[in-house]
Design a protein around this ligand. Sequence first.
Ligand SMILES: [Zn+2]
Length: 287
Amino acid sequence: MTIRAQILLLILFLLAVVAVLVATAQRIPVPEIGRAYVVRVELPEADAPPTLPKVEGGEGLPLVVIDAGHGGHDPGAVGQGYREKNVVLDLARALRDELEKQGGVRVALTRDDDRYLVHAERVDVARKLDADLFLSIHADSAGDAADVTGASTYTLSNKASSEAAARFADRENASDRLNGVDIGGQSDVVSTILVELSQRRTQERSDEFARLILREGEGAIRFHPQPRRSAALKVLRAPDVPSVLFESGFISNEADAERLASPEGRARFAEVVARAIRIYFARHQES
Ligand SMILES: [Zn+2]
């Protein structure tokens, strides 16, 4: 038999074996064959589409939008068995309840449950509702430095503020209005200047609100030794809504964590910040 004939016979034999296996519906006993694999990629949960939250309070009253940081798949800082996203949601609710109880203002929360919103959505809620004031509530962690304590207020840094103004002027279209000024139909240069003016006024008011929180909180809230800060925080970039981010304390510190998570600590926070909000609105009622 030639080599060719031998190879042909071998191939025919193998084909016959396969044919018998298929005909008798046998599985070929090789572990990897005949198994189906599914590759599953876990995408971040697409939380509910952004809808505007309910506004509490009588029409015509000034509106404050309160933003509990993080949420959903983003726990924020973690410490002492607490997660920032839960601690700050409870603080936001306590502040809303306090403001509602006192009346005279309208209140809305960017989130009233455990959902995640990107920074731009939080800013959007404030702008779309035409809010007069925006407060984002956070809690910090100093990791192993468990002795770091105290609350701080943040406003947008000047550099970040003018960069945001430039971007905003680029992005917004002709129908836009800022602080009652129509920037539509203006040249790019003019609209950039108008946005910058609006942003500067917003910055001044943001600073004023931050100072009011510190003043009203004196003796009631434990503040960080440097409680007045500014940073390039995306959530503070609304060019026409005065915005402050309140770091309520360090949940990596036992005393701070317990203060923030206790009903008494929450009540004290709500009382102080509600007073600062009311004073702010009283000053700016006419404008
Ligand atoms: Zn945070």
